[in-house]
Design a protein around this ligand. Sequence first.
Ligand code: 13P
Length: 215
Amino acid sequence: MTADELDKRQAIIDACRRMNALGINQGTSGNISVRHVDGLLVTPTSVPYETMTADQIVFMAMDGAHAPDRKPSSEWRFHRDILKSRPDVNAVVHAHPTYCTILAIMGMEIPPVHYMIAAAGGDSIRCAPYATFGTAELSEHAVRALEGRLACLLDHHGMIAIGKTLDKAMWLAVEVETLARQYHGCLQIGRPSLLPSDEIERVRQRMAGYGLSEG
Ligand code: 13P
């Protein structure tokens, strides 16, 4: 194994543990992947993050092939399909953060209640329709909901954040949960006013200069 591959495997484990420390994930319900050579490195299914080791991270080719003694995340399909269809993206983070999941259970998208939504690439964070976890159908819904975007909710399930690097995808995952929490809080008081699309576009351009560039 090259030093680069080992670094990526360790970075995935560190990010998994960070998800739990940050409270954006519970137990082993989240999963992470990073593009590697002509495939991807993806977390194993149902392995607690505290005990996960670098050799348990699964290398998968873009056709889904992997070593027979390795068990990739049950959500490997959307990890593979997102990385395959989005050359602009190198990392995928999936978790069930509480506020994102509350909105997703209600089938709601996140509208432009705060300018930071621009960090997710547009003026909303869409909610992909429900499909059973691990299915090709869920993967298709997720890829569509992410078109032109860097995050989406999954109906009755959770959230996906993607990025050019794992650090950026992780940062966005935390930011999306913050937006979901803010929107949820607003809905306790009333119906929040929304920022217009042209303002979100202006923010998107400003963010590129600020260091919060997309990806
Ligand atoms: P793993 O299969 O990656 O453990 O996760 C389950 C899950 O998150 C289903 O959405």
